[in-house]
Design a protein around this ligand. Structure first.
Ligand code: ADP
Ligand code: MG
Length: 212
């Protein structure tokens, strides 16, 4: 890698675009990449090889925008494949990478590279997806964007799995498997509500028995 990253006053950056499926993360990644290309900056785009829903070597949005991308099997492979002349590294579906992705993007930023990532902040249970919580913490800039709830049309922050019987965090799919939902219509919170009701009832019956 060149001395670029060590020059005073020139530093890289870490940007994360996150949200549920269908919120426009890939569209936003492509928009930022296009602008960098207009500025004649060399850009490389990476994606996890596991995500081959539309294409092996392209990132593709649900509105059919696409760009060439290099599929990689691990986060370290990104480091190995970045050229000295690259100024911008874009990574789509970053939630699928291993935990070393935080070290990799920190290294790239230290070399003066602008790193743009797009990924699901939450899995289908509303829990932090893979390395996303750490990436959001170390990022210089975070944009959390919304889809449209398929039930009521409100801004959607959740990805709802239509068949919750399959409980593995990683299940690559599309509208066949997933829908964007607002908090009210992502009923995986039903279970938490039931538990909460159980504890409230328990406390109430305890205090009643103490009053006897
Ligand atoms: P992401 O990468 O976040 O999954 P994309 O950038 O691939 O999203 O696609 C965003 C596009 O998906 C929107 O511009 C719109 O055309 C389409 N779309 C399909 N379903 C929805 C939805 N429920 N809410 C918002 N956009 C949707
Ligand atoms: Mg996408």
């Amino acid at each position: 890698m060149s001395l670029f990253g060590t020059m005073p006053g020139i530093s890289g950056s870490i940007e994360v675009v996150c949200g549920p499926m269908f919120s426009g993360k890939t569209e936003e990644l492509i928009r930022r990449v296009k602008r960098a290309q207009i500025a004649r900056q060399k850009v490389q785009i990476f994606k996890p090889a596991i995500d081959n829903r539309y294409h092996e070597t392209e990132v593709v949005s649900h509105s059919s925008l696409s760009m060439e991308a290099t599929p990689v099997n691990s986060s370290v492979e990104i480091l190995q494949r970045v050229f000295d002349s690259t100024r911008v590294v874009a990574i789509d579906e970053v939630q699928f990478f291993d935990d070393n992705i935080t070290i990799v993007v920190e290294k790239l930023a230290r070399r003066g590279i602008r790193v743009i990532m797009a990924g699901l902040d939450q899995d289908f249970m509303g829990k932090p997806f893979g390395p996303m919580a750490s990436l959001l913490a170390i990022a210089d800039s975070v944009n959390k964007i919304h889809a449209i709830c398929t039930v009521c049309g409100a801004p959607a922050t959740k990805t709802f799995r239509k068949d919750p019987k399959n409980s593995s965090q990683v299940l690559v799919g599309e509208t066949d498997l997933y829908e964007a939902r607002c908090r009210a219509h992502a009923d995986f919170f039903g279970e938490d509500q039931d538990q909460l009701a159980f504890f409230v009832n328990l406390n109430e019956s305890r205090s009643k028995s103490q009053n006897l």
